[in-house]
Design a protein around this ligand. Sequence first.
Ligand code: CA
Length: 214
Amino acid sequence: MLRTTLLLAASCLAAMASPASASTIFTQDFSAGLGSKESVSSNVTGSWGVHSGYLGHSATYSPNERSLYVADLGLQNYSDVSFSFDLTEYTERSYDYVTWFTGHYDAAGTLVFNTFGQIVQGYGLGTGSYAFSLAALERDQLFGFRFTSDHAIQYAGVQIDNLRINGTATGAPVDGPVVPAVPEPATWAMMILGFAMVGAMARRRSGFADRVTA
Ligand SMILES: [Ca+2]
């Protein structure tokens, strides 16, 4: 009995002491379209989008195309984040870019990119499986891909598939734009000015009251 109790206590302590292990945050094989936290956009009408089982182009891409895929997963509340995906690339041998990035929204709601990796002038040279640690950028909120073409159309673009993000949760996921909690210097100046005005008005009012009652 005592031995069982000691063993139980020891296993409880071991469970409490062992750090949380990395788990799957997100997977996407594009077989069932986009989830609620994902978005796809393009500055031109082209073939970029989610097709039968992949993200990217189904035909020739458009001139001066800037197409974007974003998954906002609240990654700033994870540690030890890692990231992998498969890329099939048919771009012309010219100034085409496949960029993958982490990012976040600034106080105005604008997406701020932190470029993490990029393939330039591909023509199939970038095709393969990629895996990275995002430890250096783990305070970022989201990740995504951007395809950028030049003015020529010669081939069929890119296909992206089998996204996987692993990490260890350190808090609840954060959705949407993150507004800074600390007031900016200009905000502090406004607040101090406001307090001074309220104080001056209070002093003036009490002086007026004194004169009326005197
Ligand atoms: Ca797929």
